[in-house]
Design a protein around this ligand. Structure first.
Ligand code: F6R
Length: 247
């Protein structure tokens, strides 16, 4: 595990260099992508690099971690819309190579099976981007007595619905369920990049990195991954001992 600490701009630059190095090494990489506040600066930075001719997405395939059940890809708060706005429509990725679970699927369980199979057929994820929820979730793998390995439908915790309510007109509008890539599918990624920023993430970051590995904090399973790098700002890293930090 590597831990890189900088300001928001430094994190975005360093994480974008990781992605560019990945694509240089393997131009047809399979990327695992995330939504939320944490990756926005990174997406902006990568778009800048793209516009300067430093990276090419022509042969890239992507799989997003999750989608709300019940929202169409055209809904303002769907993760499909988020990805188009912040990333896909600003780079030269083929939209047909971008995958996000279909929130409107008639049978979400079948949709999850289909999605898992698509990831498998693509050869798995080469480079996986993650944020961490305030309750320690990754994707929408929520804390609990057990975790599910593969892509599945999940009932969102009330704290997650509250945390995400800022993006909707009211809390009631936040969907109650989502589809998420499962824990094993995330941990099978060859390389994992985690971004966390802000004082409110400090406790969960410390527990993720230094606490026990437990289903009560799904992100703690990242401790067993052989190639994970945390990109943290000074606030989210404030509870970590200095000896762990590389910059
Ligand atoms: C989003 C996702 C979530 C977020 C997490 C942190 O696709 O999978 O796990 O990464 O909720 O969200 P932010 O970055 O908004 O704090």
């Amino acid at each position: 595990m590597r831990i890189y600490v900088s300001n928001a701009e430094g994190i975005a630059k360093a994480a974008s260099h990781s992605l560019i190095a990945q694509i240089d090494k393997k131009p047809d990489s399979v990327l695992g992508l995330a939504t939320g506040t944490s990756p926005i600066m990174l997406y902006n930075e990568i778009v800048k690099e793209y516009l300067e001719g430093n990276v090419n997405f022509k042969r890239i395939t992507s799989f997003n971690l999750d989608e709300y059940v019940g929202l169409s890809g055209d809904h303002e708060q769907s993760y499909r819309k988020f990805m188009e706005k912040h990333f896909f429509n600003r780079i030269n990725i083929e939209i047909s190579n971008t995958h996000i679970p279909n929130g409107e699927a008639e049978n979400p369980d079948e949709e999850c099976e289909r999605y898992e199979e698509l990831i498998r057929k693509a050869g798995g994820i080469d480079w996986q981007l993650l944020g961490i929820g305030l309750n320690g979730h990754i994707g929408f793998n929520e804390p609990g007595d057990s975790l599910i390995a593969v892509t599945h439908m999940v009932r969102l915790k009330e704290e997650t619905r509250s945390a995400n309510a800022k993006h909707f007109n009211s809390r009631e509008e936040v969907p109650t369920h989502a589809m998420t890539v499962g824990m094993a599918s995330i941990l099978k990624a060859k390389k994992i990049i985690v971004i966390a920023m802000g004082r409110e993430k400090a406790h969960i970051v410390q527990q993720t990195i230094m606490g026990p590995i437990t289903t009560k904090l799904p992100a703690s399973f990242l401790q067993i991954h052989p190639d994970v790098t945390f990109f943290l700002d000074t606030e989210s890293a404030m509870l970590l001992p200095r000896r762990l930090v590389i910059a």
